[in-house]
Design a protein around this ligand. Structure first.
Ligand code: UTP
Length: 292
């Protein structure tokens, strides 16, 4: 069995839900407390055993490459000022070996993954969305890789969402279940409200076999006029069983404003250095609001 050593992080989307900040700034670089979103995702990939990461970037995304590159002036300055803890943090990002490919036109998630096909070749690979953070004891992607190793099949990470939100996600129509792992009848991208076959939503983590590229090659348009990864997964499921795995842990959608604000507050409350102050700040703000 081939092991999963390569991961694609699609980060070329326009981030329209976050305008105007995303006009000149990649949403994947928006900070959660003091780290850009995409660094949490890169860390999860590395903790899951991934050795090679390819980030799909596009117009206006150069800040991502700069973040994972050395900044000699900054490193020299921190060294001279003996700010070694900061130096360590800055160096973590620049010591990761990352490759880049550009998606010239953001035609959808399926297209972004397809752009990395030559880098992947004929191996199973992981996909981690550039705007979804997962906090878990065993890293989210690691859990999916374990399922891939058990089944030698593609595995899609899912979690339950409220039924009224299913139209925002790719949804699975589950068949049999074994523990947290489901055999799947159908994968449906953004079903109309009230038409979802379940509330198991695809959550930004995948392990896929390279056969997926046979379908992505066809460049068929799906929901929203985009080339959808879910549609290619649905097609491959007819030939090779694709599993859905309800992974343990919490997923944070930082690609939309409320999710981003909530994630920042939650991560700040989890951080010993800030939690007391942030809690007090929140209480003060609520008192101020009540007194207006
Ligand atoms: P999203 O649909 O959340 O990102 O895609 P978006 O298109 O940038 O967001 P909105 O809807 O306009 O606000 C999930 C991930 O897939 C990447 C995005 O960068 C994001 O990290 N993506 C999406 C691509 O790389 N290329 C695409 O064509 C679309």
């Amino acid at each position: 069995m081939q092991t999963v050593k390569k991961a694609i992080i699609p980060a070329a989307g326009l981030g329209t839900r976050f305008l105007p900040v995303t006009k000149a700034m990649p949403k994947e670089m928006l900070p959660i407390v003091d780290k850009p979103t995409i660094q949490y995702i890169v860390e999860e990939a590395i903790e899951s055993g991934i050795e090679d990461i390819i980030i799909v970037t596009g117009k206006g995304k150069r800040a991502i490459e700069d973040h994972f590159d050395h900044n000699f002036e900054l490193e020299d300055n921190l060294m001279k000022k003996e700010k070694f803890d900061m130096l360590e943090k800055v160096n973590y990002a620049s010591n990761v070996d990352i490759h880049y490919i550009r998606q010239k036109d953001p035609k959808g998630l399926g297209h972004a993954v397809w752009c990395a096909r030559k880098f992947i070749g004929d191996e199973p690979f992981a996909v981690l969305l550039g705007d979804d953070i997962v906090q878990a004891e065993t890293p989210g992607l690691r859990q999916l890789i374990q399922q891939y190793e058990d089944t030698e099949s593609s595995v899609v990470g899912v979690q339950q969402v409220p039924f009224e939100q299913t139209h925002r996600y790719g949804i699975v129509d589950p068949n049999t279940v074994e523990g947290r792992r489901y055999q799947v009848n159908n994968f449906v991208e953004k079903p109309q409200q009230g038409n979802a076959p379940s509330n198991l939503a695809i959550m930004g983590r995948y392990v896929l076999t390279p056969e997926i590229f046979t379908y992505l090659d066809k460049q068929e348009l799906g929901a929203g006029g985009e080339i959808q990864l879910t549609d290619a997964i649905q097609k491959i499921n007819a030939l090779q069983q694709v599993y859905a795995y309800d992974f343990e842990g919490k997923r944070y959608d930082v690609g939309e404003k409320l999710g981003f604000i909530r994630t920042n507050l939650e991560f700040a409350l989890q951080n010993e250095a800030y939690s007391d102050d942030v809690e007090q700040m929140m209480k003060d703000l609520l008192t101020e609001k009540a007194n207006i």
